[in-house]
Design a protein around this ligand. Sequence first.
Ligand SMILES: NC(=O)c1ccc[n+]([C@@H]2O[C@H](COP(=O)([O-])OP(=O)(O)OC[C@H]3O[C@@H](n4cnc5c(N)ncnc54)[C@H](O)[C@@H]3O)[C@@H](O)[C@H]2O)c1
Length: 361
Amino acid sequence: MSNILITGGAGFIGRHVARALLARGDKVRLYDALIAQVHSGAADAPPNGAELVVGDIRDAARLREALAGVDKVIHLAAEVGVGQSMYAIDRYVGANDLGTAVLLQALTSTPVARVVVASSMSIYGEGLYRDAEGRPVEEVSREGARPGHWDLPDLTPAPTPESKRPNLASVYALTKFVQERLTLSVCAAYGMEAVALRLFNVYGPGQALSNPYTGVLAIFASRLLNGRPPLVFEDGLQQRDFVHVSDVAAAFLAALDAPQAAGQVYNIGSGERRTILDVARTLAQAMARPEIAPELTEKCRAGDIRHCFADISKAKAELGFTPRVEFSDGLAELVDWLRAQSAVDGAEEARRELEARGLVA
Ligand SMILES: NC(=O)c1ccc[n+]([C@@H]2O[C@H](COP(=O)([O-])OP(=O)(O)OC[C@H]3O[C@@H](n4cnc5c(N)ncnc54)[C@H](O)[C@@H]3O)[C@@H](O)[C@H]2O)c1
């Protein structure tokens, strides 16, 4: 039995990880500021059996208290949202990067055996492409993107491995990369093990429905629950990788323990690609609202990417990671959970915030 501290543990992924740890007999402490954007709706309560310490990740004194007796840390606390990060810059850099710095500073005097940090697929920018001869292409520009020309000419999207060069196209991506690198380098210097999981699009019951800045399935579900069409940027044919939150929780448990994971980064996705348009339509059908067709904005958000989906072979080989939840089953479970939820639909307001700042073209 280990004592595990989960920062951001009252959030969507944190609650699932906590439940999985408790089920295998670990002791779990959650450290979370319960920020209003995530916790103002009817979010699920932290799981029974987990201790909750309410505090900001930048509050060094409170954090040090919460670290007492802890063996390993899972660091999830973060402001989460690509579009919003482009105008709430100080808020994102403060919580994500200064927050990680304060955590690591505290760990230098109260070391733990291992830290697992949540990184993000957003650090890749565009995923890997291949040219007509099948050669990998890592550096691409979306400068010419416009209606009818959203795709990159002469290039085919391909599964993205961890070795792909990062392309930090948004403030959020930058902050996630800093979280990842700070954790790996500081832990190595102080004799602690560190692992970074680059999560792709995580979905499942318990996603914050009233946060219009992150979680495309939750955003679409909030629209549909309110009888409105999902707002789909560009032409909807951008491809992503949706991974179920229970598979992500299993990946965190493996990353806490696997000896060879120390110092490594892993993609955690389903390994399958889907278009956003297909996801919007499938969700409307699953929610018994097939008559609500998605609304295509034919506009592109600043910092947004066209295609990115995971090559998960490294996590399979080294963590024993196997995504178990089929998308159709995961969606059915999400829809079951949604039946008991109400959601404030903030998607229009979120779009207006971006447009007012010239961040949609
Ligand atoms: N959900 C996804 O698809 C996804 C994809 C890639 C990476 N991630 C990463 O996974 C982690 C968890 O994401 P999530 O989807 O559960 O998000 P979430 O918003 O549900 O959870 C984040 C939690 O962090 C807390 N938090 C925010 N700022 C804080 C601060 N200053 N101090 C203390 N706590 C604070 C929030 O209250 C919230 O409970 C994040 O680091 C996120 O960047 C998520």
